[in-house]
Design a protein around this ligand. Structure first.
Ligand code: IPM
Ligand code: MG
Length: 368
């Protein structure tokens, strides 16, 4: 049984190892109480890998990632590596992993658990019950377009990043978003800047064509700047949003804050299905490595634990266990436990590890 649940854990930098430790705790719980065992390997990524191998993603690690059923990643980066050359930077390791595994569909759900509606900087009625899904294209666009970097131009230095998309790159992520919308609220917003960017015009055209295959889903087009505004004005107007790599990076941070804290948001990055229906997949919290609180047991592990729930659902077909785990996280919040990032008056402040223990205690209750 273990053989078909191969998991590679890449804790990474900053708070990465601490929050991943709590996923370990949940995995141990599942092992004991649900009799599901995972075949787990652990390796380095980001700055930790750079310190050990002078590269933020060793070939051997990439090799492992290509051959497991799912990868769980903590976070990468920190001031320690600010002066490292670009290609070896912690972020480059993560980008290489996404690109080589061809994880083009990045699912970033932003749901506001009722217990946290008051932790958001937005008004309670604007965010409570929020449930949206941002689908961010992850392997092309401005992050990877060529040319990139410094040039000589009319006698001075010039720097370029290139936004480029092929038809195939747009089509596959838009399809993935339509398929998700079909299983949700049947509404899809396709977001670009067709008023300014050629790529935006192309994106809009392809989204409109693809829509013909999904007549049950309502497609709306929206400019990215308007989308940012609408996300803080009335986020509940959205169901699924599909957008490019760069806009998706920005808009997902924005959507995250609607939910109360970046410390709550999981993500799944999925590749195309092979003949057997299996997809390469990487799960990671949307938050970063938070070097300012690293090693202090202050980090909120819920985004990473919820990423593991997505892993159970999408990679291991364990929807029931995923539901249990998501419910356990919500129950812990309902019971008043909070890490610092979501702390409110009258609640009980807990450490990273205590939060993990509380989640397992809630799992115990459900299993009883
Ligand atoms: C994210 C992060 C990354 C990105 C960084 C760490 C490279 O901000 O996953 O949103 O820009 O994609
Ligand atoms: Mg980001």
């Amino acid at each position: 049984m273990a053989a078909n649940k191969k998991l590679l854990m890449l804790p990474g930098d900053g708070i990465g190892p601490e929050v991943m430790g709590e996923v370990r705790r949940v995995v141990d719980w599942m092992d004991k109480r649900r009799h599901v065992s995972f075949d787990i390997e652990e390796d380095l990524v980001g700055g930790a890998a750079y310190d050990a191998h002078k590269t933020s993603l060793a070939d051997a690690t990439l090799d492992k990632a290509m051959n497991v059923d799912a990868v769980m990643l903590g976070a990468v980066g920190g001031p320690k590596w600010d002066n490292v050359e670009r290609d070896a930077r912690p972020e480059a390791g993560l980008l290489r992993l996404r690109k080589e595994m061809d994880l083009f569909a990045n699912l970033r759900p932003a749901t506001c658990m009722p217990a946290l509606a008051d932790a958001s900087s937005l008004k309670n009625d604007v965010v409570s019950g929020l449930d949206i899904m941002i689908v961010r294209e992850l392997t092309a666009g401005t992050y990877f377009g060529q040319p990139k970097g410094m040039q000589e131009y009319e006698g001075q230095e010039r720097c370029v990043d290139t936004t480029s998309y092929t038809r195939g790159e747009i089509e596959r992520v838009v399809r993935a978003a339509f398929e998700l919308a079909q299983k949700r609220g049947k509404k899809l917003h396709s977001v670009e800047k067709a008023n300014v960017m050629e790529v935006g015009v192309f994106w809009r055209k392809i989204a409109t064509e693809v829509a013909k295959d999904y007549p049950d889903v309502t497609l709306e087009h929206m400019y990215a700047d308007n989308c940012a505004m609408q996300l803080v004005r009335w986020p509940k107007q959205f169901d699924v949003i599909v957008t490019d790599n760069l806009f998706g990076d920005v808009l997902s941070d924005c959507a995250a804050m609607c939910t109360g804290s970046l410390g709550m948001l999981p993500s799944a990055s999925l590749g195309a299905a092979d003949e057997s229906g299996r997809r390469k997949a990487l799960y990671e919290p949307v938050h970063g490595s938070a070097p300012d609180i690293a090693g202090e047991s202050k980090a909120n592990p819920l985004a990473t634990v919820l990423s593991f729930a997505m892993c159970l659902r999408y990679s291991f077909d364990m929807g029931e266990d995923a539901d249990m785990l998501e419910k356990a996280c919500a129950d812990v919040l309902d019971a008043g436990y909070r890490t610092g990032d979501i702390m409110q008056d009258g609640m009980t402040l807990v450490s990273t590890q205590e939060m993990g223990e509380k989640v397992c205690a809630q799992l115990d209750k459900q299993a009883a």
